[in-house]
Design a protein around this ligand. Sequence first.
Ligand code: NAP
Length: 456
Amino acid sequence: MTRGDRPLRIAVVGSGPSGFYAAEALLAGDIPAQVDMFDVLPAPFGLVRYGVAPDHPKIKNIISRYEKTAALPGFAFFGNVEVGRDISIAELRRFYDAVLFASGAQTDRRLGIPGEDLPGSYTATEFVAWYNGHPAYRDHKFDLSHECAIVVGQGNVAMDVARILCKTVDELKHTDIAAHALDALAESRVREVRMVGRRGPVQAAFTPPELKELGELSDCDIVVDPAELELNDASRAELEVLKWRDSIKNYELLTQFVSRPPAGKARRLLIQFYRSPRELVGGDHLDGVVMERNALSGEAGAQKARGTGATELVPCGVVFRSVGYRGVPIDGIPFDEKAGVFPNVAGRVMNDGAVVPGLYVAGWIKRGPSGIIGTNKPDSFETVKHLIADAPELPSCEEPSRAALQALLKSRNVHVVTYDDWKRIDAAEVARGGASGKPREKFVRVKEMLDSLEER
Ligand code: NAP
């Protein structure tokens, strides 16, 4: 079947940054296109809504760009629709000439050590989703009744987790943090947070603005052991020869923290290096972490942490594992287990070394969980460039009709949330937040979102 004069029909699965940048590029492209964007939740924006820390509101301003895309002719939002459950990939392909997955990385990499799943040991992803009001995490419980918490990993997600644990209620109460999380954090007995990295200060993955922010916490001292800022030759070369910009700034900031005497604040955040957890110990609850001291080996730019054999038991009641996100498979799409992505070459999905016509990927499910929101722009644009180049050869779908798809979903009792519906949910959240001086009070259950649409 040929496509004739009708627009190219593309399903974008996922409404986070990579999905919106892809939609933008498709709708601004040289060929007429219709983009239907699917999300399992009634609310769009993925990690901008459910990942970005509540105390980083400026980062969320990017939403205004996505709103412009959503207003373009040719765009439709299919919220509250789970691809793989409400509609299969094979069915989706009946209605679209191409399917572009921008479904992100929804789970965590594992440490692979004994005790990892003891009660009291959590993933950063679930904690972040919980304090950001993600409906799937609304009923998660985090035991914050212990004095010491360990955050494993030193990326910006670990930073977010450590900072939220160390902030006071006053520092959080005017953000869009979920009310249930604010209540739980108000009761938190955590007084000492240790953010632990397996390599050294020069190799830490966090970025300078996030590190600097720690120094501005109202009731938390930052503690860095000066001995851990002593560098080996390769680390010094990373600063002085390779001139790693973020590391140079990080190192300056860490040095400033060392020179600042503790002010006796209520909480302490220890930034610790050269340590790997080897075992989480406890009976029916976590009691502590066996930490091994590491040394670095390898050339500048490629140093790895190696265990020294020296271990210590660090008593602690709560651990957050923050060692990177990981993509999850969707039935009907090849999956690279090792990398946790859909195998692809520059956005074209591959199966056994051959391109799968009509299937594309963008964002974290394409390249893995790295980079900031803006990194997804060139990434999605690259995928769309290839999709548009392939368009003349793509076989036309059988039923190029939005109405036919809507009818199918209706016959399955799927309550599709349109973009106009979302705007009403959005307005209701903003109104709810006003009373308590918050930018919004998110609905934290899907049912609440759908019920709000019934209210006139
Ligand atoms: P990340 O930046 O890749 O950091 C992962 C951390 O986990 C690194 O410190 C890594 O250490 C460590 N790690 C990995 N495997 C480990 C293991 N087996 N044992 C101990 N440590 C281990 O990942 P992320 O923090 O999840 O962030 C994902 C992306 O989102 C990043 O690009 C980040 O910058 C971005 N992000 C940005 C912001 C922001 O702009 N404010 C906020 C949140 C996230 P090694 O370096 O030794 O591997």
